[in-house]
Design a protein around this ligand. Sequence first.
Ligand SMILES: CC(C)(COP(=O)(O)OP(=O)(O)OC[C@H]1O[C@@H](n2cnc3c(N)ncnc32)[C@H](O)[C@@H]1OP(=O)(O)O)[C@@H](O)C(=O)NCCC(=O)NCCS
Length: 152
Amino acid sequence: MTNQLVLKLAESPEEIQFLYDTRTHPEVNSSLYGSPPANFEQHRNYLAKVQGISRWIYVAYSHSQEKIGYSQIYDVKESQLEVGFAIHPLFQGKGYGSEIVSATVAQAKKEFRNRKIILSVLTTNHRAIHIYKKLGFCERTVQESSLLMELS
Ligand SMILES: CC(C)(COP(=O)(O)OP(=O)(O)OC[C@H]1O[C@@H](n2cnc3c(N)ncnc32)[C@H](O)[C@@H]1OP(=O)(O)O)[C@@H](O)C(=O)NCCC(=O)NCCS
């Protein structure tokens, strides 16, 4: 697959706003774990605390420089790291989901060598699971409504 997305660490006010708009969008929020930030201020403060320290949160740009989604690398331990993804609903269903997973995995391998790459996904999220399997993630364990997958 040709990878046309460019990942950039979220830094600028526009990127931080885009993350907030995507994370709090009902169609995205309903597929993710936990609650979205209560307000923009909380989101911005959280990002300032974790960005590049315990989480690496990227905005994905299309080749026409549009912000289309975000991904993150977190829980980086000696032997493993976890990844997560969201495409803004305006851009879903166009193939960007597969591209953002590929780009983030490539980024994770480049930045953090020799780590096991895992992710958690709701068992009802068939679209995401389809993409993860297509790109080489295997099912590991299921706990309640959550499926743990690992890149083989
Ligand atoms: C999951 C998500 C990243 C996928 O992005 P997307 O742009 O919609 O996905 P794509 O267009 O790249 O690909 C969708 C693929 O899933 C398939 N698909 C769509 N609906 C499906 C379903 N109900 N069951 C199985 N496969 C499905 C499509 O046929 C397509 O397959 P293909 O790539 O083999 O042709 C995006 O929908 C999203 O951000 N959702 C909300 C947040 C989320 O779920 N994040 C992941 C949490 S772990």
